[in-house]
Design a protein. Structure first.
Length: 241
């Protein structure tokens, strides 16, 4: 199976549910991470990163919630929704050996199994802005300032959901698609870091490329994510157990 055929199949399955697929090679990812985060597959192994676009909430999550009557408060229903959908996605490739890594999964040392922002960058999905992307900045060297990813169509109105690793597919010919640098100026990057690290709850960092954003979270979706997890069941009339 060629990469185009596989990607088309994946895209066909996920697009109608508000997700997008971006292929990359394990070697591209491993080049960017430290030893403890490297994935134990040959460098030319094919992987596909999955992100949720703003439409996922209405197209996938709300129908999922309409079909469950209760959930435990210690389990995020959105995580369960994505796990169910992506597991079903894997089952659509019975001829392949596929390793699914969900965005929230941790290893035995409580480290992320996949650094999704790095994967998003090498897959060309979203540019990962880190401190080294800045020149001069006003913060002390010992001040923690977390990096942030920006999508060229959605700005910050998206989320990484995981990756499928096709264990037996080697694809050295896969062309790299560099991520679009949609926050190119120093001034915009400084503002992005300030908004993301200090004011992330007001949603403003997500609109840093406001004029280019084609879709954002609905008001209902923003209310859901702004609500404390222990109270989210009230938005769907569900019953926590």
């Amino acid at each position: 199976m060629c990469e185009d055929d596989l990607t088309k199949r994946l895209t066909g399955f996920v697009k109608e549910k508000g997700l997008e697929a971006y292929p990359f090679l394990i070697g591209w990812y491993n080049e960017r991470v430290t030893e403890e985060f490297k994935l134990s597959y040959p460098p030319d192994t094919l992987a596909v990163l999955l992100i949720s676009a703003p439409g996922m909430f209405e197209l996938l999550f709300k129908p999922y919630m309409a079909n469950i009557s209760s959930w435990t408060l210690d389990v995020d229903p959105l995580d369960n929704c994505m796990k169910k959908f992506l597991s079903e996605l894997v089952s659509k490739f019975p001829e392949q050996k596929v390793h699914l890594i969900l965005d929230y999964e941790l290893d035995a040392m409580r480290r992320p199994k996949l650094l999704v922002q790095t994967a998003g960058h090498v897959a060309g999905a979203a540019y990962y802005y880190q401190r080294e992307c800045l020149g001069m900045h006003p913060w002390a060297n010992d001040k923690t300032m977390y990096g942030v990813s920006m999508h060229p169509k959605y700005g910050g109105w998206f989320a990484f959901r995981g990756a499928l690793i096709f264990k037996t597919i080697l694809m050295p010919q896969l062309a790299r698609r560099p991520p679009e640098d949609c926050v190119p100026s120093q001034e915009m990057r400084l503002r992005l870091f300030e908004q993301f690290n200090h004011f992330w709850q007001d949603w403003s960092y997500r609109d840093i490329i406001q004029g280019n954003i084609v879709q954002k979270y609905s008001e209902e979706q923003k209310i859901y994510f702004s609500t404390h997890p222990s109270n989210r069941h009230e938005l769907f009339n569900g019953t926590p157990v």
